[in-house]
Design a protein around this ligand. Structure first.
Ligand code: GLA
Length: 412
């Protein structure tokens, strides 16, 4: 991973309500003050969904909202974790023997993953660490968290990891809206099934083109090997793959391998028993979405008069492709996108893995107040469970800074 060190900032903890509350809680739990604080921002992916693990560039920004942790290094092997939210229980583990229970959505698992990752290797630390939870993510979240800079989104390219500024258009704001549908990527196989479908599509395309398919894992790798553009790849997908789902038997036959070999050398642990794979639709999504990311950046760079319309259209096409080809949306996300568009957004789409979670919408700055009110009425106020949530679940955000270490400043 490119520069994974975080900057340090002095903070007057006693003058800052959020830090002070955290410090006081830390003292009451552990009996001594924290030695330092760490922030990691949230992120929103503006465009480029489910393509990072296929080797393609994505276009996220860090947001201003963040997670703040207070830390005190200890001499012992014991790791003690506590959360300011009483819903999440205290947890203690032995650093020398970390066990990660993947079947339940336990908050402290993500911390343990980081710890386990440090113990294994420092390079590409965070993206790799996430895999201990069981998901085969592509590294977008960790990269933007470290490489973000206030005021700009980034084009994140992989292998080698690079981040280039993307100046978002003036005159529009990005609004995040939570669908309030939760999806635990670690305890379900939805996410990894998609990664495997892309992997299998890679191998079938590569084999048909006489490439070394055994050593190719990503749709991006096969494009690089063939040295052709996105249009050619989309044509190739239509020629080589069929829209009907593939059975395991058909895949084994195409690749000339046994079911045992498919399971042990290609499929992940939690996709061993999946019987049917949609390769055509997934590959079509990935190649078209990867092309959209580059078009989005080009429009941002060139800033033509109709930039907002062009960018909005790309976001809308991205959502349609996620919904219809990648099938990573859900009813509520589709409804929310619809409501956002009707409320004045120029573009709206699911963001992140999908199957729940949030949407990101591009809204003309002068329409923001009306937009928020309209989405609040149509999505949050119509549902008892969402009623108390609009404040936390619906907000505009600017591109925020990256992960940071805070040290308590001397009192003035
Ligand atoms: C999750 C993963 C990312 C990326 C997105 C989908 O957030 O952690 O690596 O694959 O889904 O774009």
């Amino acid at each position: 991973m490119a520069s994974a060190t975080s900057p340090t900032l002095r903070v007057q903890v006693d003058d800052n309500e959020r830090f002070l509350k955290l410090k006081e809680m830390f003292i009451s739990k552990f009996g001594s003050p924290p030695k330092f604080y760490v922030r990691a921002p949230g992120r929103v992916n503006i465009i480029g969904e489910h393509i990072d693990y296929c080797g393609y560039a994505v276009l996220p920004m860090a947001i201003e909202q963040d997670i703040l942790a207070a830390v005190e290094p200890l001499e012992t092997q014991v790791v003690q974790l506590a959360n300011t939210n009483p819903l999440y229980l205290d947890f203690t583990a032995n650093a020398a023997n970390i066990q990660i229970e993947k079947t339940k959505p336990l908050w402290h698992n993500y911390f343990l993953c980081g710890l386990k990752g440090i113990q294994v290797e420092l390079a590409e630390l965070c993206a790799k660490s996430e895999r201990y939870i069981g998901t085969e993510g592509g590294g977008m979240d960790q990269s933007i968290s470290f490489l973000a800079e206030e005021g700009t989104a980034k084009l994140i390219e992989f292998s080698p990891l690079r981040a280039t500024d993307v100046k978002l258009p003036t005159g529009a704001v990005f609004v995040i809206a939570n669908s309030c549908v939760e999806m635990n990527k670690a305890a379900t196989s939805h996410f990894n099934i998609r990664v495997m479908e892309c992997r299998l599509a890679t191998k079938l395309i590569a084999k048909s083109q006489g490439q070394d398919w055994r050593n190719l894992l990503k749709l991006g790798d096969v494009q690089t090997k063939l040295g052709v553009g996105f249009e050619e790849m989309l044509t190739l997908v239509e020629k080589i793959l069929h829209p009907e789902p593939y059975s395991r038997e058909e895949i084994c036959e195409c690749l000339g391998i046994s079911l045992q070999e498919l399971r042990s050398t290609i499929l992940s642990q939690n996709t061993q028993d999946v019987c049917s794979f949609k390769l055509y639709q997934r590959a079509k999504h990935v190649y078209s979405e990867a092309a959209r990311v580059l078009q989005f950046k080009k429009v941002c760079d060139e800033a033509p008069a109709n930039a907002l319309q062009l960018l909005g259209a790309l976001m809308n096409q991205s959502h349609a492709s996620c919904r219809d080809m990648y099938e990573c949306s859900c009813l509520e996300l589709d409804q929310l996108v619809d409501i956002c568009l009707k409320s004045g957004a120029i573009g709206s789409r699911l963001t992140g893995a999908g199957w729940g979670g949030c949407t990101v919408s591009m809204v003309p700055a002068d329409k923001l107040t009306g937009f928020l009110a309209s989405v609040r009425d149509a999505y949050y106020k119509t549902d008892g469970q969402r009623l108390g949530l609009p404040k936390k679940s619906l907000f505009a955000t600017n591109p925020g800074g990256g992960a940071l270490v805070f040290l308590e400043a001397e009192k003035m």
